[in-house]
Ligand binder design. Structure first.
Ligand code: GLN
Length: 227
């Protein structure tokens, strides 16, 4: 006999999220998502992206990750999936790849925000700082490792979801989430949870296109992107 799905399964059907696993801290993202009960797939081939509802591009070394992504024909497939509406979360090196920038590596430019590599300079290669989130009152322990900086740009219609002093450290532009810190290095799951909400909203929207799209979320965001 076929089991009837429970109410919670109907409301929140299981989803699978891909984690680009070419280099960097992909294993820790899997751990964070497992704690949220989300199953994951390490992505190393383009066709694996067809099996997931969202993608995390981890921190690591953006030049190495970019070279490997090109070698395995993953770069174009990621762009194709994003354009077809897949939510993508890039942390640190992942944010560098998703954004724009003049310097190497070549960027996927799925966000129109410029992300400057190693922007905090050598002497502050790594630091911890409290990050204020728009979607949760308690500060998040932000771990910044040779972190990039997101260049503010009002035209980009991005929502600031997290900031540290004057810096934007978590932004959402449509279905692209960028963080310059490493939420997977903490036990705090709020940022991953936020991304999973984006993935669920995207799936719900696919099913019923009359539903609010994620741009409306941006309009409701409590903090607008400012200079
Ligand atoms: N500075 C690294 C780069 O440019 C990113 C560092 C990180 O992901 N923690 O790729």
């Amino acid at each position: 006999m076929v089991r009837k799905p429970s109410k919670s399964e109907v409301e929140c059907p299981p989803i699978k999220v891909g984690i680009l696993a070419l280099q960097g801290s992909f294993a820790l993202h899997k751990k964070s998502l497992a704690k949220l009960g989300i199953s994951t797939l390490f992505i190393r081939r383009p066709e694996e992206l067809d099996q997931v509802a969202g993608l995390i591009i981890p921190g690591g070394e953006s030049t190495v990750m970019s070279d490997l992504a090109r070698e395995y024909d993953l770069d174009q497939k990621i762009v194709q999936k994003a354009k077809a509406g897949m939510p993508i979360f890039g942390t640190c090196a992942g944010a560098i790849l998703l954004g724009k920038g003049e310097e190497a590596p070549p960027r996927l430019e799925l966000s129109s925000l410029t992300v400057q590599r190693n922007a905090y300079g050598r002497q502050r290669e790594s630091f911890d700082a409290p990050v204020q989130l728009t979607f949760s009152p308690e500060p998040f322990h932000g771990i910044f490792i040779r972190a990039p900086r997101i260049v503010p740009n009002e035209q980009s219609k991005s929502a600031i979801e997290g900031w540290y002093q004057e810096d934007l450290v978590l932004t959402q532009q449509d279905k692209i989430l960028l963080s310059t810190f490493h939420p997977e290095l903490t036990e705090d799951l709020r940022v991953h949870e936020h991304f999973i909400e984006m993935v669920r909203a995207s799936l719900a929207q696919e099913k019923d296109p009359s539903m609010q799209n994620s741009n409306s979320r941006i309009k409701q965001s409590s903090k607008k992107l400012t200079l």
